[in-house]
Design a protein around this ligand. Structure first.
Ligand SMILES: Cc1cc2nc3c(=O)[nH]c(=O)nc-3n(C[C@H](O)[C@H](O)[C@H](O)COP(=O)(O)OP(=O)(O)OC[C@H]3O[C@@H](n4cnc5c(N)ncnc54)[C@H](O)[C@@H]3O)c2cc1C
Length: 428
């Protein structure tokens, strides 16, 4: 059976797909694969563009390994099965009157898949989702169960928090949670220059702030999220209309025009920028974070030190205008707190994340390569799940913990059960 990722840039045919239901099955599977010199890759929901999950050997899906194992409402923590999809997790936690403090902008991923590539949302007081883990367990390449936390095996814990599925199969994750809360989502049209001038105010005076800049224009869509006591409002027809018709239906149609006539891309970006509307929605946090992404695209995202953000954006504006790149998808800008996770892009620095996109089927390489040059110049580190041109030497130079991670990987999986050609090229 052929497997395709969400972005449809990866297609592969594993020899076997296995859906374990218990930890014991996973242990046996890893031991057997090791003895038979077979390779295993684990897939979450295939929402990464990089070839992390591709294999022609054994693919393990954790789709039958979902749910909450235990909840402690006093300490506000929960132990969850690693295959649990974020959407289900949000619903289950909400029933317990708990929630995750922050999320990215979709909820399709599995919790293990999300943390394994350093998935993040926005908000300067929040780290990546991996920083919400307080303990986790995985089955390493020798078939051993390893449980780690900041106190128990701390070096392994910091490596496992973002591990590209290279240390083993994650089975359980204990999360630090917060009481369930509601968020007010305010969407406004803005201007790039003014946004850069007010960036500090926007970042510090809102719980979660991000913006989208439309290339070839000065238009930005500002998105502010703040905790409120209000009840959900404007979330029925209004939200569905915005999500499905405006952000996906109309945008999808314009994207198809852009693909058929790439020279129109700048004009289409201008139309999208001009059409930004002001909207307010209030809902439970897990429902506000999640947006629908029905229009398929390719994406590259870089983490850069927060203090370099303005310089990077200015160079991007200059380069896109000077080279007339045919792009109509907006540039997404988010802000994340630094952490101490071994190979986290945000390791040791408060960060800005800048994501660029291209509609599926349109030429993207020239644009992505040019933007990557700018990101690299300012200390950029790529998001592991998104397209990038980094090789092993680049990772070693950009990530202070790369060598340490390679050592821990070797210790956890000496036989290379979890290596595919891509991981081998960057980790061995
Ligand atoms: C439309 C869209 C929107 C996105 N939005 C955001 C966003 O807002 N913020 C952001 O940071 N990223 C975002 N991403 C990227 C996405 O969050 C990451 O690529 C994420 O890793 C995908 O999760 P997944 O469950 O699909 O994992 P997969 O892509 O299937 O796998 C990712 C990695 O996790 C490993 N893995 C999965 N399960 C296990 C396990 N049980 N044990 C060990 N390893 C495992 C895999 O082997 C692989 O290395 C987005 C992607 C898409 C397509």
């Amino acid at each position: 059976m052929k497997i395709k990722n969400w972005g449809r840039n990866l297609v592969f045919k594993p020899d076997q797909i296995i859906y374990p239901k218990t930890e014991q099955e996973i242990i046996q599977l890893v031991k057997k694969a090791g003895a038979a010199n077979k390779k295993i890759r684990v897939i979450g929901t295939g929402h990464s563009w990089t070839p992390l999950v591709t294999t022609d050997d054994i693919l393990v899906s954790m789709n039958n390994y979902q749910g909450i194992i235990e909840v402690d409402s006093i300490s506000q923590t929960a132990l969850v099965k690693a295959g649990t999809k974020l959407k289900l997790l949000g619903e289950l936690l909400f029933k317990e009157r708990l929630a995750m403090e922050n999320l990215g902008d979709i909820d399709e991923q599995s919790i293990a898949g999300a943390i394994s590539t350093g998935t993040h949302g926005t908000g300067i007081i929040f780290g990546t989702i991996s920083t919400q883990i307080i303990e986790m367990s995985f089955i390493n390449g020798k078939g051993e169960k390893i449980t780690c936390s900041p106190k128990n095996n701390p070096a392994i814990f910091r490596a496992a928090q973002i591990s590209l599925g290279a240390l083993g199969i994650i089975t359980e994750i204990r999360l630090r949670l917060v009481p369930a809360y509601n968020l007010k989502y305010e969407m406004r049209k803005g201007n790039l220059e003014e946004t850069l001038n007010k960036l500090n105010i926007y970042k510090t005076e809102n719980r979660n702030f991000e913006f989208y800049w439309f290339p070839h224009t000065m238009a930005v869509q500002l998105k502010f999220l703040n905790q409120v006591e209000e009840h959900p409002r404007n979330v029925g027809f209004a939200k569905t209309f915005n999500d499905v018709v405006v952000e996906n239906g109309i945008f999808g149609l314009l994207s198809r025009i852009s693909r058929a006539f790439p020279a129109f891309a700048p004009r289409i970006s201008k139309i999208c920028g001009a059409a930004i509307s002001n909207n307010i929605f209030v809902n439970h946090s897990h429902l506000i974070f999640a947006t629908k992404r029905l229009v398929k695209f390719y994406e590259m995202e870089y983490n850069i030190p927060a203090e370099n953000f303005e310089a990077v954006i200015k160079e991007m504006v200059f380069s896109i205008n000077a080279n007339k790149y045919r792009v109509h998808f907006p540039v997404e800008c988010r802000f994340v707190r630094g952490d101490d996770i071994t190979i986290s892009p945000a390791n040791g620095r408060d960060s800005a994340y800048i994501a660029i996109h291209m509609y599926k089927g349109m030429e993207y390489e020239r644009y992505f390569q040019a933007m990557e040059k700018i990101f690299r110049k300012y200390g950029g580190r790529p998001h592991y799940g998104k397209m990038n041109y980094f090789g092993k030497k680049d990772f070693e130079a950009a990530y202070p913990g790369w060598g340490e991670f390679m050592g821990i990987r070797q210790e956890m999986d000496p036989g290379g059960v979890f290596l595919n050609p891509y991981l081998r090229s960057i980790l061995v």
